[in-house]
Design a binder for this molecule. Sequence first.
Ligand code: SF4
Length: 358
Amino acid sequence: MATGNGKDHRRRGRSAATLLLLAWYDSNRRELPWRARAGEASDPYRVWLSEIMLQQTTVAAVAPYYLRFLDRWPDVKQLAAASQDEVLGAWAGLGYYARGRNLHRAAKLVAEEFGGLFPGSAEALRKLPGVGAYTAAAIAAIAFGERVAAMDANAERVIARLFAVEERLPKAKTKLAVLAEPLVPQARPGDFAQALMDLGSGICLPKKPLCGVCPVAAHCEGRRLGIAEGLPRKAAKAARPLRRGAAFVAIDAAGAVYLVRRPEKGLLGGMLQPPLGEWRERFPDLETALGEAPFRGRWRKQPGIVRHGFTHFELETEVYVARFRARPNGEGMWLSRGELGTAALPTVMRKMIEAGFA
Ligand code: SF4
């Protein structure tokens, strides 16, 4: 964005860019299942639900989940009244399961402590489980009209380019938020937040920004300097370590599968899984793997490896399968193939079970 001479000039440039962006949004806004129609008030529950689901995930992946949740739990009180298992079961497949647990905890808090009404400011919203700075700002701006900048990856990219910010992320985050703040209009801060999201996802694309059709191109310093495409610069990512282990798919005579629950805290907390062995640098040899099996049985290693990428590491699993005429005793549970469909099973665990039946 042009730096100009003097404060007035800068302020005029900023408000012109804001007006251009809002005008563009009025005729180009995306239709999204959780978005209120132009001129309609946004429902905080819907905004919150969609924003939690959208963390780390795409609009296309979220839409069917959002619609199913809304259909089953049309308001926060009904979501709060559901069991954690029901919520995690409905969440299964969306990944990052801590978000599903936090969603339920936040719903309970809003229902029980706030009478079913979401707090109306970014500062108060941040106290809800699973609501970080961006999500709080997005809900506050969109649902309550608070004048705050909602800085997600799209917004950060647009602002970094508009102001030609060359510092690397994540260090540059604070600077980007400070630069964005004066652009947020007093009226329509929610539309402004959504306009930035839409511009970032449709025009100011990560690899090839479509500057030729961008409504704020005339105000874009990154474009003027010819460096927009390379912004925002990012710190080099550390390589993710690889872990390997064994999974045990025990199947009874009727085809039910034996599952155990993960500890409440930590990775995939509270979710179900087939019993797993320890994760190491190498796969365990047969003897070690069988020593980790939940029951004695005729365990057979399936061909192939189940691979899954977590945020901080890669996991490779060899799957062992055994069939039992009589169910051995264990502290876990046996679920039929039908019950598996709605169980709180993360995608990676489903892949292991499928490999057991292959
Ligand atoms: Fe992004 Fe290009 Fe628009 Fe600048 S001009 S905001 S780089 S699309």
